[in-house]
Write a protein that binds this ligand. Structure first.
Ligand SMILES: [Zn+2]
Length: 310
């Protein structure tokens, strides 16, 4: 090989090595609560530069265990993302900051504006009261807004604002070196999609968007359940579509509805039992299958009635 081409080959090899070295080694860690606290996942990504947290747990005790894991690692916390404002994702930030010190928390404008009011509703609800002392009463409102491309330490993140669906607003976070997509509760692996807030069709639209916009993604990290491949998108779409079809059928039967145009309480209970029975393999966030399914029936009906009105 002539000296000139040998030198070119060598410099190319060095350049390739340099770009391979430029990719930081990143590890994904997960903290998952027990069913009592809704099987809630928080993640932390670790590189040589430090740690980035995604979501923060529901209960004080879980947030403290989660913080202790991070503290034992010894690296600095560089920042955190909040995927959406539900209590099982936001509450623990108050405890995390007590143990780990100040770090920026990134979310959307809407979540930033509504976090306090939304959280207060939860604190006063019957879902919260039975947690007693383990209930976090003071919420930490994220101060920082996400941008489409963010670099935190030596880690790159792509953020997409997904709008309302499972919750009033939602982001997803993509780490391209890992091909890892953190989707919050837009998917729930081994759990039913949750649309008790009445937006099942918006969740389907979000899932289709994720399929189109993150075709490179290989791993999907959900707010509940184990990490999955992107096949989880179609699983969740199929669950929601089958669910809506059942609700439509039930509503079309004679004497199905009450004076408000909703399924009668007895019909709703019977339908919830039937649908829960169709998915015995799923985990229901520590609640009885019929309970979560009934909330989803309520949400599915709200969506169908809204469409009828339009
Ligand atoms: Zn959740």
């Amino acid at each position: 090989m002539p000296l000139k081409s040998l030198l070119i080959t060598l410099s190319l090899l060095i350049a390739c090595q340099a770009s391979a070295d430029a990719k930081p080694a990143i590890k994904v860690h997960r903290y998952a609560s027990a069913p009592y606290a809704w099987n809630t996942n928080s993640y932390w990504l670790e590189s040589s530069s430090g740690i980035v947290i995604i979501d923060a747990q529901l209960l004080r005790s879980d947030a403290q265990y989660f913080a202790a894991m991070i503290k034992a690692n010894g690296k600095p916390v560089l920042g955190a993302f909040l995927t959406h404002p539900h209590p099982d994702h936001i509450a623990g930030f108050t405890e995390l900051r007590k143990v780990l010190g100040e770090f920026p928390i990134y979310t959307t404008q809407l979540v930033k504006e509504t976090a306090k009011t939304n959280y207060q509703q939860f604190v006063n609800s019957s879902f919260a009261k039975h947690f007693g002392e383990d209930r976090i009463t003071e919420v930490t409102v994220p101060e920082n807004l996400v941008k489409p491309e963010m670099r935190i330490g030596n880690m790159i993140f792509q953020i997409k604002e997904m709008g309302p669906g499972e919750s009033p607003d939602h982001i997803v976070i993509y780490q391209p070196d890992l091909k890892a997509l953190f989707v919050g509760d837009i998917t729930m692996n081994h759990h039913p999609a949750y649309f008790g807030e009445g937006r099942p069709m918006m969740i389907i639209a979000q899932l289709n968007k994720l399929k189109a916009q993150f075709s490179d993604a290989e791993f999907v990290y959900s707010g509940h359940g184990d990490p999955q491949r992107t096949s989880v998108f179609d699983q969740q779409i199929a669950y929601i579509e089958a669910f809506i079809a059942e609700v439509k059928n039930a509503r079309a039967k004679p004497d199905a509805l009450d004076e408000n145009g909703r399924l009668t309480a007895a019909n709703r209970k019977a339908l919830s039992k039937k649908i829960a029975g169709m998915y015995p393999q799923l985990s229901y966030f520590g609640y009885l299958p019929q309970v979560i399914t009934e909330w989803n029936v309520y949400g599915a009906e709200a969506s169908l009635m809204e469409t009828q009105r339009q």
